[in-house]
Design a protein around this ligand. Structure first.
Ligand SMILES: C[S@@+](CC[C@H](N)C(=O)[O-])C[C@H]1O[C@@H](n2cnc3c(N)ncnc32)[C@H](O)[C@@H]1O
Length: 257
């Protein structure tokens, strides 16, 4: 793709849905809608470095990484660069899904050996129009997920997404996920979005307590003078359902998956 075509695509995709993630494309960065937020220490790359990467519980080679609510795909790129063997992004919003398709195609065109491990699916968890707030409501034409076909994962990332999903669907998803993902990293803010799924640390721990055990967590680190953060946290959970299957099955094979 010519430089001008890339730049036109970035503009057109930004008209379709604002750019939430700042991603480098052809020497430029995508023009995020909220520059103030994007310049805080825990946004994008900072979120990955402080809240996600330190909790990844194994070496990535041979492992499957899934992100639900992958937006334009930044963390999928970083997971592939880190060495995960299979990386899958699920995104429920048509506009952001199209941004992710473009970003992925761009990176696959440049370094296929790294980025061909990544794939995407337009896939919405739960019902439409019941997100936490108007700005968070997903207007998507795709069907609600078939819970029985969640992709199998070693690790699922839910970064600032649960509180977008209506509460009942979020609860069902968390329970179903315990049957298809060994580990889950939840990144969230210590706030409350009353119409959506769990948001604060307390709400997240409560929602995961039946089917998951907490392994480790991260609180905001001390920042350098002049840096701005956010009241965020992340938690690594391990599925009780799958760990009991592993314990009862010495061959390490999972029944039904
Ligand atoms: C606040 S953004 C976070 C994006 C990315 N995970 C990050 O941390 O930078 C929330 C993302 O989750 C997606 N999302 C929200 N509800 C969803 C749902 N029910 N199913 C799938 N994706 C959803 C949104 O479209 C959006 O891309």
């Amino acid at each position: 793709m010519e430089k001008q075509d890339v730049s036109d695509m970035v503009t057109n995709l930004g008209d379709l849905r604002y750019w939430y993630q700042r991603i480098e494309v052809d020497g430029e960065v995508t023009p995020v809608f909220n520059k103030e937020m994007a310049e805080t220490a825990f946004y994008n790359q900072g979120k990955w470095e402080y809240f996600i990467k330190p909790l990844i519980p194994f070496a990535p080679e041979g492992r499957i990484f899934v992100e639900c609510g992958c937006n334009a795909g930044l963390f999928l790129l970083l997971a592939a660069e880190m060495g995960f063997s299979t990386v899958l992004g699920l995104e429920g919003d048509d506009g952001w899904y199209q941004q992710a398709c473009f970003i992925l195609e761009y990176y696959q065109g440049r370094q296929p050996e790294i980025y061909r491990r990544v794939s995407l699916a337009l896939s919405r968890i739960g019902k439409a129009g019941e997100g936490a707030s108007k700005s968070c409501t997903i207007q998507s034409s795709c069907l609600a997920r078939d819970w029985s076909s969640l992709p199998r994962a070693d690790l699922t990332l839910l970064a600032n997404v649960l509180y977008w999903i209506d509460r009942e669907s979020a609860g069902r998803y968390i329970a179903e996920l315990a049957r298809s993902s060994d580990y889950c990293i939840v990144v969230s803010v210590n706030g409350s979005y009353p119409l959506g799924g769990p948001c604060s640390r307390e709400e997240v721990c409560h929602a995961f307590k039946n089917d998951w055990e907490e392994v480790e967590s991260v609180s905001p680190p001390q920042l350098e003078a002049g840096e701005r953060g956010r009241d965020m946290f992340s938690i690594l959970f391990r599925s009780r359902v799958l760990s009991s299957e592993h314990d009862g099955n010495s061959s390490g094979q999972r029944a039904g998956l």
